[in-house]
Design a protein around this ligand. Structure first.
Ligand code: BES
Ligand code: ZN
Ligand code: ZN
Length: 483
């Protein structure tokens, strides 16, 4: 896939590249040599974040790009600037140089790089010969020009790792369900594990049956594709025993709704229903590169949710891995069923804390919209730490209450619980309350990423399609736990 290369270079060295100059709101150039009067000529250019202007610096006959960074202190402004800059470059620019001399905070330069890589991303694996490639970038390299390269190397390198992992998650999610099957996802996970010094166990259908992963099986019954459970284990040098953090991802490679079939419109984007599993795999793939110092296990519960003669029917009851019985009244509420077993495994394996990510409920999109994920959990410290990690990563999380009395919403007439809540009432919370039944006493947090996992347009540093939401928060959380 077409990825942007980034390197840091000393301001004293020579380079041959199109220059990108940062400008604060109020038209204050950061570190460039361009007088503000020159820039003020650009009609409507104020320097707010993400604004761009192509102009000719004095004493030069070469155009340069000026990009606004707002107040010049906020990471998100620099991410937006990075994305806007790479998207604004003309198609014949192949190397661009960010003049970062006036920015003293390495985090801000890193944020620009992150935005540039994320904004550069396109999913074009499937575009054929008839496609006009001239609308794709020619840019392939971003140089970061700074006085103190040693100061920037680590933060820029880290930003590139995390942004590239996010792009990897996007690729997994954007690939059509016809080829991104549970089997294929598991093979990719095995390949990533082999390449990144992580161990990997894959449960095939027979093992899933033998080990009584009843929720995963109940969802998989309608599909001709076999389900898979994947567990990846990362252990920093000297760490043995259980994981300090278990990551769990919902991996429905296509959610048709099953017999409770979705409408055509609602089904259209449901290849993205494995965004949680993709975020877990992408995060696991970079833990060694990031030098994460805690032991992490990643569980991915993978299956299609399809209707057929063998599919689970509304009214059916299954017994989950931990022995609890669940009545399935709506086969479209399938995410919680596959997560139930993955959460049970994580808690049995003795993880010190569990974080799951899932495109779980439409209700969460209604409550928080497309830019904010819901977070709930049985441990408020863990939830707060995740919210802070999300803040620093630029991925907003908002806590919803795990309100105990709503447990009555998932009481079943025939089983220990049912898989849907009260109609039109707190659907995100009742889904989370069901998950809570499978984590035992382990501190646990659940991220409902149904809203932000997908963007409806090419805005900010996103493309229409998968955003890779969660990877940046998880990386930042795990790095924070490392010291
Ligand atoms: N995968 C969907 C949730 C979803 C909806 C994700 C929109 C992204 C965008 C999930 O499996 C689902 O269908 N949930 C149902 C649950 C209901 C039947 C209780 C929902 O939210 O409607
Ligand atoms: Zn569903
Ligand atoms: Zn789903």
């Amino acid at each position: 896939m077409n990825r942007l290369q980034v390197s840091v270079q000393s301001a004293t060295g020579s380079y041959d590249a199109f220059e990108i100059n940062l400008v604060r709101e109020g038209i204050e150039p950061m570190g460039g040599s361009v007088p503000r009067e020159e820039l003020a000529l650009g009609a409507g250019f104020s320097g707010k974040s993400g604004q761009v202007l192509v102009a000719f610096p004095p004493d030069s006959n070469q155009a340069a790009l000026f990009v606004g960074v707002g107040d010049g202190v906020d990471s998100e402004s620099f991410r937006l600037a990075g994305a806007a800059a790479v998207r604004a470059l003309s198609k014949d620019v192949t190397v661009a140089a960010l003049l970062a001399r006036g920015v003293d905070d390495p985090q801000l330069v890193a944020a620009f790089v992150e935005g540039a890589i994320l904004g550069f991303y396109r999913y074009d694996a499937l575009r054929g010969r008839g496609f006009d490639r001239s609308c794709l970038h020619q840019l392939n390299h971003l140089l970061v020009i700074a006085d103190d390269t040693a100061l920037l190397d680590a933060s820029v390198g880290r930003a590139a790792i995390v942004a590239n992992a996010t792009c990897f998650a996007r690729d997994l999610i954007n690939e059509p369900a016809a080829t991104m099957t549970p089997t294929r996802f598991a093979e990719i996970a095995q390949g990533i594990a082999d390449a990144s010094g992580v161990s990997c166990r894959i449960w095939d259908k027979a093992q899933i049956e033998r080990e009584a992963l009843g929720g995963l099986l109940a969802v998989a019954r309608g599909s001709v594709q076999e389900p898979r459970m994947v567990k990846m284990s990362y252990r920093p040098f000297g760490h043995i025993g259980s994981a300090e953090v278990a990551l769990v991802g919902k991996g429905i490679t296509f959610d048709s709704g099953g017999l409770s079939l979705k409408s055509g419109d609602a089904m259209m984007t449901m290849k993205t229903d494995m965004s949680g599993a993709a975020a877990v795999l992408a995060t696991m793939s970079v833990l060694a590169d990031l030098g994460v110092g805690v032991a992490v296990d990643g569980y991915m519960a993978l299956t299609e949710n399809m209707p057929s003669g063998s599919a689970t029917k509304p009214g059916d009851v299954f017994v989950a891995r931990n022995g609890k019985s669940v009545e399935v009244l709506n086969t479209d509420a399938e995410g919680r069923l596959v997560l139930a077993d993955a959460l049970s495994l994580a808690s049995e394996d003795g993880a010190s804390e569990i974080i799951d990510l899932a495109t779980l409920t439409g209700a969460c999109v209604v409550a928080l919209g497309r830019e904010i994920a819901g977070v709930m959990g049985n441990d408020s410290e863990l939830v707060q730490r995740l919210i802070r990690a999300g803040d620093s990563a630029g991925e907003p999380l908002w806590q919803l209450p795990l309100f105990d009395r709503y447990k009555k919403h998932i009481e079943s007439e025939v089983a220990d619980m049912k898989n849907i809540g009260a109609p039109g009432a707190a659907g995100t919370i009742s889904a989370a309350l069901l998950l809570k039944e499978f984590v035992g006493e382990t501190p646990w947090a659940h991220l409902d990423i149904a809203g932000p996992s997908r963007s409806d347009s090419d805005e900010r540093y996103f493309r229409k399609g998968a955003t890779g939401f969660g990877v940046r928060t998880l990386c930042s959380y795990l790095e924070g736990k490392s010291h």
